[in-house]
Design a binder for this molecule. Structure first.
Ligand SMILES: Nc1nc2c(ncn2[C@@H]2O[C@H](COP(=O)(O)OP(=O)(O)OP(=O)(O)O)[C@@H](O)[C@H]2O)c(=O)[nH]1
Ligand SMILES: [Mg+2]
Length: 434
């Protein structure tokens, strides 16, 4: 789950700034060619010894074994994108430029696909090449930019390159027939014509260059200054284990986590905490999809001037677009927590005024520290006052009006105090905003 990387130089892509490309990728996909159909010599069958024949019995010595219809080639494998909730970025697609699916097997009764000689004649399916992408991936054709589709639900698939059809099983016409021009006869799927060699050929696969764009799919975005404890709170509220450190800009790209909904789950987590990785490995597809709780997205830190490119800039703020509410994390031990809150509100407003019109709650974090605890009531008041002042300032503008925080929760991500209450406040935020 963790999509954090402190040193942007160590990207999987070999790219210098992985956090700038975590939400985009260009890949070329190739589907497989269809397998060649079986080419049978003559279609009449042959006489074979009758193994039941005994001297003196009335059975014939030889019996007629009809020729079987030649087997078709298998279709080539398609390339399919699959929405995998365990992924939260597109960096894994920067490792490789081209993805090639398997060709279909040739129609061959012994080696490949079975024709009607088998009891159940069938052409084996070639397993598609599945490429995992995070939820919220938009797929476009690179050339021309035509929209091919969007993957938003866990397990959803999108065929981006269809495998070539398998060649037909053909009976090679006799020499005498071959000289006759344009002899075409179709009968029970057996094709006899002068194009027999072409009919047996499998169709070619396709090659498509794709431009993938990801938008984080989350219900609540966690925003705040660097070091406020956003990632710590995500870790406390969910099973996610983002990178946490005492320096700013630890988080370079959004991390996702599902809010633990019931007490039961929290208990199970405590009990089997060590087995967490097993659960994730064996059922990564269900780790988020089956959980009904809201998805939280821990964002990189915002600083004053982010809209002008300071810090990590604000391009990642587009990932808040689909959220329904925001969780502002404020370091309550800071010199002026209310001012810190306002810096983030202003940066949000400069990016998209509508973000400030979304319901939000404020988590006053680091309450375990003396400075924070002493002044907690004062800080709460200051924050409410600042939010009201913002509303007043905006009253005359045509922009969407900023809202006041729906709740102010005092928490300590490190000691775990107030976390349950914060979880409830987040749930409440979503219930109201629906
Ligand atoms: N004392 C105390 N320290 C905390 C608390 N929560 C987080 N911290 C510390 O604050 C520092 C920053 O925490 P992070 O969770 O990485 O902060 P962040 O907001 O995600 O930071 P960026 O990703 O850089 O924007 C770490 O050293 C944490 O251990 C808390 O409740 N109490
Ligand atoms: Mg962080």
């Amino acid at each position: 789950m963790s999509a954090t990387k402190h040193d942007p130089g160590q990207s999987t892509a070999g790219n210098k700034e992985a956090h700038k490309i975590f939400d985009e990728a260009v890949v070329t996909v190739r589907s497989g060619k269809g397998g060649r159909g079986e080419i049978a010599e003559g279609g009449e069958g042959k006489k074979v010894p009758n193994f039941k024949y005994r001297a003196g019995s009335s059975l014939p010595k030889q019996i007629w074994l009809a020729a079987a219809a030649p087997a078709d080639g298998a279709a080539g494998a398609s390339v399919v994108l699959v929405a995998d909730p365990a992924l939260d970025n597109l960096l894994h697609l920067h490792d490789r430029k081209t993805y090639t699916a398997k060709n279909g097997v040739a129609g061959n009764p012994t080696l490949g696909s079975k024709g009607p000689r088998g009891r159940r004649p069938e052409t084996p399916r070639t397993q598609p090449l599945r490429i995992g992408v995070p939820l919220g991936t938009v797929v476009k054709r690179k050339r021309g930019g035509a929209l091919l589709g969007e993957l938003t639900v866990a397990g959803q698939t999108l065929v981006v390159a269809r495998g070539g059809k398998g060649g037909l099983g053909v009976v090679k016409p006799k020499e005498s027939q071959q000289t006759r021009s344009k002899f075409i006869e179709q009968e029970d799927g057996i094709v006899e014509d002068m194009n027999w060699a072409q009919d047996a050929e499998g169709a070619l696969g396709e090659e498509v260059s794709l431009h993938l764009l990801m938008r984080v799919v989350a219900d609540v975005g966690i925003v705040g200054l660097p070091n406020a404890g956003k990632s710590s709170l995500l870790a406390a509220l969910t099973r996610a284990s983002p990178e946490i450190a005492a320096y700013p800009f630890t988080t370079l790209m959004p991390n996702l986590g599902v809010l633990a909904s019931g007490k039961q789950e929290a208990k199970a987590q405590d009990q089997y905490g060590d087995l967490d990785f097993l659960l994730h490995d064996s059922s990564n597809a269900s780790s988020m999809s089956s959980a009904s709780g809201p998805v939280l997205a821990d964002m990189p830190g915002l600083i004053e001037g982010a809209h002008a490119g300071r810090g990590l800039g604000r391009m990642f703020l587009r990932h808040l677009r689909r959220t329904q509410g925001l969780l502002h994390v404020v370091d309550a031990s800071a010199e002026d927590p209310a001012a810190d809150y306002m810096i983030v509100r202003q940066e949000l407003a400069l990016y998209n005024a509508e973000y400030c019109a979304r319901p939000h709650i404020v988590a006053l974090n680091k309450m375990d520290l003396e400075d924070a605890a002493e002044l907690q009531d004062e800080v709460s008041k200051d924050i409410m006052a600042a939010a009201k002042a913002m509303q007043r300032d905006w009253r005359d503008s045509a922009l969407p009006q900023p809202l006041l925080p729906e709740a102010l929760v005092h928490v300590s991500a490190i000691e775990g105090t107030g976390i349950a209450e914060l979880g409830k406040a987040v749930q409440g935020l979503l219930q109201r905003s629906i």
